[in-house]
Design a protein around this ligand. Structure first.
Ligand code: HSE
Length: 302
């Protein structure tokens, strides 16, 4: 049996819209072994969409790998152990796609290199910023050139931790992308370029003096905050509780705060309280960086 562990991820991280991503030690698992026909079992986080094999992203991704390898997609048993909340901005769809391509590739004896799996996975997701950290781990800077995706991995300074305030309501990326403008003012683009560059230096070298400024963004967050009751207050509450800054995690609705102190619970509780003020129930979770990305374990039948 092949078992793959895939990390939760955040994307954008304020100034790096569609570019920055980061992986966390919070995992989904995809197992694949020989079966009869197509058997799918789901444990943990799910919804009607995931339970349907025609829509399930792990299956879709695995099928793609089998098709490219010219292998029949049959007599397979899948088990998904899902911990990452679905459509909350913590990379559940990237985890499913990466889980699918990595598990299928390992099952078939690795006909494809990791860089090929990256291209396949991004094509299915549509943007690289969650896929890259889910596959490679760490903090990633991704870009597209002439139809091909590239990513560069950075090991974040080890004192950096994140606290995610995860609302109980889902928000689809597709929906929130529709709220974004087709064009942005030139000065907004310049605003983000400086901050994005500073963010890379902060994350890699622990240069925290500009970190709070570096998280700021004018390309997407303000357009999306209107879809999340209390989002702006939650960001303020996190900072007031001692966070270096807080951002929308991916396309939301999760708000992600960053800290280098031992104040994660204080920040989490403050964010939860701020959401509650807007009648939004939420959980908070402390997240440490994952440096490994998707990880394959071959197991004898359990
Ligand atoms: N960059 C994507 C977006 C991430 O903001 O739409 C979605 O997780």
């Amino acid at each position: 049996m092949i078992k793959v562990r895939i990390p939760a991820t955040t994307a954008n991280i304020g100034s790096g819209f569609d570019v920055f991503g980061m992986a966390f030690q919070f995992y989904n698992y995809v197992s694949i072994e020989k079966g009869t026909g197509l058997d799918i079992q789901i444990m943990g986080e799910s919804n009607a969409f995931l339970a349907d094999p025609d829509h399930n992203l792990v299956i879709k991704a695995a099928k793609e790998v089998f098709a490219k390898a010219e292998e029949p997609f049959t007599d397979l048993a899948f088990l998904f152990e899902n911990n990452i909340p679905v459509t909350r901005g913590l990379g559940s769809s990237a985890a499913a796609i990466v889980g699918g391509v990595v598990a299928a590739n390992a099952y078939l004896g690795c006909p494809f290199a990791k860089k090929d799996l990256f291209q396949m996975a991004v094509s299915l997701e549509g943007h690289p910023d969650n896929i890259a950290p889910a596959l490679f781990g760490g903090f990633t800077v991704s870009l597209k050139n002439k139809g091909e995706y590239y990513t560069s991995k950075i090991i974040p300074a080890k004192e950096l931790k994140a606290v995610a305030a995860i609302p109980s309501f889902p928000l689809s990326t597709k929906k929130t992308r529709k709220s974004l403008p087709k064009e942005v003012p030139f000065h907004d683009a310049v605003f983000n370029i400086g901050r994005a560059a500073a963010l890379v230096n902060a994350i890699e070298n622990g240069e925290w003096t500009m970190f709070s400024l570096a998280l700021e963004d004018k390309l997407h967050q303000s357009y999306r905050f209107s879809l999340i009751p209390g989002a702006q207050s939650v960001v303020h509450a996190a900072k007031k509780a001692g966070a270096l800054g807080a951002v929308l995690s991916g396309s939301g609705p999760t708000i992600l705060a960053f800290t280098i102190e031992e104040n994660c619970d204080k920040i989490g509780r403050a964010m939860q309280k701020a959401f509650a003020h807007y009648s939004v129930t939420s959980d908070y979770r402390i997240l440490y960086t994952d440096l490994q990305g998707a990880f394959v374990k071959k197991e004898s039948k359990m």
